[in-house]
Design a protein around this ligand. Structure first.
Ligand code: GLY
Length: 309
């Protein structure tokens, strides 16, 4: 058994491990862990309390993949429902589709009986308003400080904040039966253009799992992982016999080919292989991850390998 997550997944590690230790499925474990991160108002990059788009609306992206069947479910730009990962799982299980977006995703969440709520907490709203005030000239904003429609396009370029763009949660598990599942959930790029969708709900970009070989999941600048098909690249290389760390490094190296200004390449990844190997990498020097494997009494936190080009 093995559980690995981005550092902000720590709040879900014990719940997920309990499921695995009781003989539960990797799919149940990654969903349970991710739900706890989505519920955490202190995490402004995922679920309830996430930072909003340019209009002050929280829009969530999430995906889940069952590596045994390679079935997947995802939601993009979901508003008004915090449990994006559960909606994604239900898309996989109850619909003949993989990805629902926007109003359709919210309609489906309502049909599932989930509680609609305002996901923008006062704390996140205050940071949003300060962020806009600090970055946008007055002519971009109305009397309440919101961005005026005609300025949205230009505002999206000005407010792009790599520090706030980069949060997401990744959780990958391998259960006692060897089944691998992966989950990714995010509120996406803070102050994004409304409707912007990142890599998290795109199977192959921010998330991929195949129980035969392994799984990978990304946090960071989603546009890059979308262009690089980053998570799928890792698992495809595993299927060709490449060692896990080498596979991850190849995928990262491709990102530096996509964006020659290496300072702009903001990417982190957690990954595991079907033989119990795991690794976590980041282009940032100070990023950690959490993991637990059979025989450990608790999860541990560790620094990621740093990749700079
Ligand atoms: N990696 C999360 C995002 O770009 O939305």
């Amino acid at each position: 058994m093995l559980l690995i997550a981005s550092a902000n997944g720590d709040v879900g590690m014990d719940a997920a491990w309990e499921i695995l230790a009781a003989g539960g499925s990797a799919l149940d474990a990654v969903e349970a862990a991710t739900r706890l991160v989505e519920d955490n108002p202190a995490d402004h990059t995922v679920g309830y309390g996430g930072y909003p788009n340019l209009l002050g609306e929280v829009e969530l992206d999430a995906s889940i993949m069952d590596g045994d069947t390679r079935r997947a479910g995802a939601v993009a730009a979901l508003r008004g429902y915090r449990a994006a990962i559960t909606v994604a799982r239900k898309v996989m299980e109850e619909l003949p589709h993989v990805l629902l977006a926007g109003e359709g995703a919210a309609r489906f969440a309502a049909e599932l009986g989930l509680q609609r709520e305002n996901l923008l907490t006062p704390e996140a709203e205050a940071v949003y308003r300060d962020g806009l005030a600090g970055r946008l000239p007055k002519m971009f904003r109305d009397s309440r400080g919101s961005v005026v429609d005609a300025m949205l396009r230009r505002a999206a370029a000005i407010t792009a904040d790599p520090e706030r763009a980069a949060g997401t949660v990744n959780v990958i598990a391998q259960d006692a039966a060897g089944r691998i599942a992966s989950a990714v959930s995010t509120s996406g790029w803070a102050w994004k253009y409304p409707g912007r969708v990142g890599d998290s709900p795109i199977i192959g970009a921010g998330n991929y799992a195949d129980s035969r070989y392994g799984a990978a999941a990304c946090t960071g600048w989603g546009e890059l992982a979308l262009r690089g098909a980053t998570a799928r690249t890792v698992v495809l290389l595993l299927s060709r016999g490449v060692a896990l760390e080498d596979a991850c490094r190849v995928a990262f190296s491709d990102l530096f080919d996509l964006e020659t200004n290496s300072a702009r390449v903001i990417m982190s990844m957690v990954a595991l292989d079907a033989n119990g190997g795991f690794c976590a990498l980041s282009t940032a020097p100070d990023r950690e991850y959490v993991y637990r494997r059979a025989g450990m009494r608790a999860y541990e936190r560790a620094p990621r390998l740093v990749v700079t080009g």
